[in-house]
Design a protein around this ligand. Structure first.
Ligand SMILES: *Cc1c(COP(=O)(O)O)cnc(C)c1O
Length: 362
């Protein structure tokens, strides 16, 4: 058997006629930049998330940048986040000249541990960026309480968690600003790069719309220093089709996850994903912990089962962040999880037969 990790090919075939027609329509109309499809997508994203404003942009990295620029994060400001995430989260903090301040993760959810945040707050702290890792929101009750107490802003990096909830509320509306990514392998992916920011705050929405278009207030009049951060019309055209089926995809991902868990529950040498009872996950990944990861990955590869590691090195140990002065041992949970974590194939289309085969080989 040969198993596909994200199975984008299968998904394309499933929605082929509609998606290809949608792309062709853009090609025929030549409205490549900020076409109607973009506005249509933003409306649908607002409906889907209950966010007052959804603003699409070039990718999930620029979404973080737009959010921080809108909140006036400046050189020397401190921004608290997790070291166990994709580089972009802390990279964009540093890109603005601000200082990423890391806080270790919770042992069960692998999200930032809210109980360790307060001790890292200083007079320079401006914001907290929790990441909804593998699709599950962080403990937003605790994080929003802390942000209120210290008057901090909260940006949720929801690149992996579009469609997830905490206390029944969309991950996209739980912070001052939430971001997401439509990178092809994310739960809701387009056919290239794409992203979005979400907010309920009108002022922030207006500012982010402007920042995305070079800070312009009207054409060739520039109120802010911004970026070229638009979503292509063609990507919006793809997403307009895929979003219609996304609720179904999410349900199927959850079903695959629960089948994995049921089948692996009794294997005492594995640590399985944990989703808090207050949360639902978008199941971007189904990630387990194993002791002898390299060996297991190699063996699975030989029998046609691809695996991946999200992520093998926590950010405080990355070369680019050497200047921050962190050392090995500073965030012990992030360090041990990065050594043991391994993601199994995850997509809405995995069959029972495939799950059985993966479980048997594990
Ligand atoms: C994928 C990802 C990003 C970046 O998204 P892009 O669209 O690839 O720029 C940021 N943060 C996290 C947690 C991600 O997983």
């Amino acid at each position: 058997m040969k198993i596909d990790f994200a199975n984008l090919q299968y998904q394309h075939n499933l929605y082929k006629e509609e998606i290809e027609e949608s792309i062709l329509k853009v090609a025929r109309n030549c409205n490549f930049i900020m076409g109607n499809e973009v506005t249509e997508l933003e409306k649908s994203l607002e409906e889907f998330t209950d966010a007052k404003y959804a603003i699409t942009c070039s990718n999930g990295t620029d979404a973080l940048l737009l959010a921080m620029m809108a909140l006036d994060i400046k050189p020397g400001d401190e921004v608290i986040t997790t070291p166990f995430t994709f580089i972009a989260t802390a990279e964009m903090i540093a890109f603005l000249g601000a200082i990423p301040v890391f806080v270790d993760i919770d042992e069960k959810t692998y999200n930032i541990n809210p109980d360790l945040i307060e001790e890292k707050i200083t007079s320079k702290t401006k914001a907290i960026i929790p990441v909804s890792l593998y699709g599950q929101p962080s403990d937003m009750n605790k994080i929003n309480q802390i942000s209120k107490k210290y008057n901090l802003k909260v940006i949720i990096d929801g690149a992996q968690s579009f469609g997830s909830t905490f206390n029944g509320i969309s991950d996209s509306t739980l912070g001052d600003i939430s971001t997401t990514s439509f990178f092809p392998a994310k739960p809701l992916g387009c056919y290239g790069d794409g992203g979005a920011v979400f907010t309920n705050d009108e002022k922030l929405a207006i500012k982010m719309k402007s920042l995305r278009l070079h800070g312009q207030s009207k054409r060739y009049h520039h109120q802010y220093i911004g970026i070229g951060g638009r979503l292509d019309t063609i990507q919006a055209a793809v997403l307009n089709v895929k979003l219609k089926y996304y609720k179904k995809d999410l349900a199927k991902r959850a079903e695959v996850a629960s089948k994995y868990t049921k089948a692996l529950e009794n294997k005492s040498n594995l640590i399985l994903p944990y989703v808090d009872t207050k949360s639902t996950s978008a199941w971007a990944q189904y990630s387990i912990r194993v002791k002898n990861r390299d060996e297991i990955q190699n063996k699975l590869k030989k029998v046609g089962i691809p695996t991946a590691v999200h992520y093998p090195m926590p950010l405080h140990l990355q070369e680019c962040f050497k200047y921050l002065g962190y050392n090995k041992g500073d965030f012990p949970i992030s360090e041990v999880v990065s050594e043991e974590i391994m993601s199994l194939p995850m997509n809405p289309y995995i069959t029972d037969e495939e799950i059985e085969y993966i479980v048997k080989n594990l």
